[in-house]
Design a protein around this ligand. Structure first.
Ligand SMILES: NC(=O)c1ccc[n+]([C@@H]2O[C@H](COP(=O)([O-])OP(=O)(O)OC[C@H]3O[C@@H](n4cnc5c(N)ncnc54)[C@H](O)[C@@H]3O)[C@@H](O)[C@H]2O)c1
Length: 247
């Protein structure tokens, strides 16, 4: 497939639905061969990409398990070649007041939102560095700047992901690898729609752009960050939230 990512192999985590499926579809539209790593079945997303003329595979993978991530890396390499783009999108965002939070609740959030970034980067970075080109994008959240009650574990895990982004970017820049974060606002997905108290309209009213964000609002920013156009941009967090956070 032609496009500005033609010849690239991209891994997108948590792309069976929600924001991740839009990322996978867009990267495939731009010409990348896409591997989806998710616990859930992503066959529909792969099918949609193939129908549009793109190339994709879906691997069942628990991203909190380093052995499973290593096995997924081996399979991606065998079937699509060395991955040069890694989009760490999978995440959980339960709401729970701090005084009812157990350490297990805390660890569950960190194990995916933060620890899994360690596992995927450990697995996929060596191939990028060896090839002298790589793009890592960690999906964080605008909630780190606009905190509401009930998300101490979530915000802490996403702030850790931002710190990880900055520090890792510093270590790998010499090998042609950039590491950035992409921070959505409140995005309409099956998960947020199922939330009992998701206040789409109230949030939209606070944004500069007064409509509810959808996954496709993030795909242009992602494509830019993983393209050659963003070669001199690293260690940054790009917030795409309709101007809710004005920094
Ligand atoms: N939706 C929003 O409003 C919003 C806002 C800010 C940030 N974000 C961030 O964007 C990302 C995607 O959000 P979303 O709303 O699309 O989420 P989602 O719930 O729709 O999708 C998350 C995906 O991650 C997968 N997953 C969960 N645990 C996994 C595991 N252990 N191993 C592998 N896959 C696993 C799920 O199967 C699912 O497909 C998350 O990192 C989230 O924190 C979302």
């Amino acid at each position: 497939m032609s496009g500005r990512l033609a010849g690239r192999t991209a891994v997108v985590t948590g792309a069976a639905g929600g924001i991740g499926q839009a990322f996978a579809r867009r990267l495939a539209d731009e010409g990348a061969a896409v591997a989806i790593l998710d616990l859930a079945d992503a066959a529909d997303v792969v099918h949609g990409i193939e129908e549009a003329g793109g190339k994709a595979i879906a691997l069942t993978c628990d991203l909190t398990d380093p052995t499973a991530v290593g096995a997924a890396r081996d399979e991606v390499t065998e079937r699509l070649g060395t991955a040069q783009i890694l989009v760490n999108n999978a995440g959980v965002y339960p709401h729970q007041a701090f005084d009812s939070l157990t350490f297990e609740d805390w660890r569950r959030v960190f194990s995916l939102n933060t620890d899994a970034l360690f596992h995927t980067c450990q697995a996929f970075l060596p191939g990028m560095r060896a090839g002298g080109w790589g793009r890592i994008v960690n999906v964080t959240s605008n909630s780190v700047a606009l905190v509401v009650p009930g998300v101490t574990h979530y915000v802490a895990s996403k702030m850790a992901a931002i710190g990880f982004t900055r520090a890792l970017a510093t270590e790998v820049a010499g090998d042609g690898v950039t590491v950035n974060a992409l921070a959505p606002g409140l995005v309409r997905t099956a998960t947020t729609e199922a939330g009992p108290d998701t206040a789409f309209q109230a949030v939209a009213d606070m944004q500069a752009i007064k409509r509810t964000e959808v996954p496709e609002d993030l795909t242009g920013a992602l494509t830019f960050l993983v393209s050659d156009d963003a070669a001199f941009i690293t260690a940054q967090t790009l917030t795409a939230d309709g101007g809710l956070v004005r920094s």
